[in-house]
Design a protein around this ligand. Sequence first.
Ligand SMILES: Nc1ncnc2c1ncn2[C@@H]1O[C@H](COP(=O)(O)OP(=O)(O)O)[C@@H](O)[C@H]1O
Ligand SMILES: [Mg+2]
Length: 254
Amino acid sequence: MAEEERPALEVKRLVKTFGGKENPVTVLDGVDLTLARGDFVAVMGPSGSGKSTLLHLIAGLLTCDGGEIRVGGERISEMDDAAVTRFRRRRIGLVFQDFNLIPTLTAEENIALPLLLDRKPPGPAVIEEVLARFALTPRRTYLPDRLSGGERQRVAIARALVTRPDIVLADEPTGNLDSPAGRAFCDLLSAMNQEEACTILMVSHDPVVAAAARRVHLLKDGRFVDAFDTEHDPARVASRYLEAMGETPAAPHR
Ligand SMILES: Nc1ncnc2c1ncn2[C@@H]1O[C@H](COP(=O)(O)OP(=O)(O)O)[C@@H](O)[C@H]1O
Ligand SMILES: [Mg+2]
């Protein structure tokens, strides 16, 4: 298959075990997941089910114990550290709950950072456009500690998208935002997915957040146990989630 025809993400029979030989704990036990280009998938699962571990493996921040991972057709699970670092910077966008912004750089500098690290400084027009798109133009010279939570998260997503990555990985991206900022952030992710066809894999335990995705995959006991279309309906996501986890869904409100 030519590289551009390959899915944005292919995870096959992925295994990850923590702990030594004495006390091994297998967190992921044969996980399969494929995202087509332009897909928007949310992974849900109980706390400790391995959601963050899965994202860290896909980002090449952890190494797996079995299986393979391809991002944009390239086998990240086989790369050495230097290659993985370069690949991640160019081809993967990361958005974490705690934003991970550099405190001594302005909003604008944080956004440009992946390109600067790659010695491809963006032209002024590119930065202007990104700042405008994420409603950050008036805040461009602010350091992160002067930004609101929502603004910080917009800087983080702008930084993740500035390289036009094959895939954006977001781990509980609204976890530190209040509900209006969380909702605004979900709307922004949906817009990025629909208008720019960027591929997004997001982890969240919140049905309202997960409903921004098109599809949900449920992780339990080291495997995906169910997948369904969200229809962008949080109530549907919540009841399917509870059902798959073996809990009785609460009586529907409508
Ligand atoms: N570096 C690590 N060393 C040992 N155990 C770990 C490590 N990282 C995660 N775990 C364990 O793996 C399991 C899954 O963790 P995690 O992926 O963070 O779950 P989730 O994000 O779904 O809450 C947990 O039991 C956690 O304690
Ligand atoms: Mg987690």
